[in-house]
Ligand binder design. Sequence first.
Ligand SMILES: [Zn+2]
Length: 299
Amino acid sequence: MTTTIAKISNALQRNIDIINDYRKSYYDAGLALREIHDKEQYLESHKDFASFCSDQWGFSVRHCRRIMDSSIVNDDLKGPIGPITLKIDGKNTIILPENESQARAVADVADDARTRVLVWTEAVAAAKKDESGKPRVTAALVKKVAKKIKGTKKPRPKKPRKPAADQPAREAGEDPPEPEHTGPILDGMKGEVCTGLNSVFQSMSEYRGLQNEIGEMLTQINNLANGASGGRLDYQECQRLCQQLQAQLKFAAPHTECPKCRRKWDKKCPHCKGTGWVTKNEFSACASDADKIWLEKRK
Ligand SMILES: [Zn+2]
């Protein structure tokens, strides 16, 4: 049974209040919900995030994810070079989504900050301006611009994630699974990692995906180099740089849980440096037969 009357911290209560006042600022609500999620504040009264949100507001995890995503959008749009700024009524004004429907439209376009910035920038440029010069960016306009950009750009391949053996493979076109309800996270040894390392091993497929993308990029560069304009393009040098990038990603990618710490996460462990996980090279350098047996027996 959940204990909604459990005594909770001031930090959590403050976040709950902000979310209760959701209409005031979708951005603040998203930030508050992200803090409850990321700092696991929901554990103060519930065993998981889903039951906390359901008891507290009747929100599904999917709905919470969208609220959090909408606030992440604003952070993404501030980007490495800062948000779009326009002169409105003679004053420099930051142009970010003002309501949740605008933010959601941007969030739905893509997961990566680069595409989001691209879509938002184009939408702001294409928007009708009011008398003060302020662009009126609607969700519909964002969708229209996104469609145009996606039509000219090869979509980034979705992160492949192997379904766990006891879960049916996902059909094309189905909604992606909610992060809270995915199967166990498997590492490079096909073993189930402890939950504390989920976020580390969730990124494993991204390392692989990026290496593949670099390979594809190199093929495109080769085509350019051999094409009409390619006279000044040094393919050999590009190849060297791409291979360096690939090697760096391969070298740094998580491989498996530290077979020496065995989930005790020894801060002084010379193999994983207390992180609890090792790369393939680190694994090869330290794992004995007994260690491999321990890794195989996890579950
Ligand atoms: Zn270790």
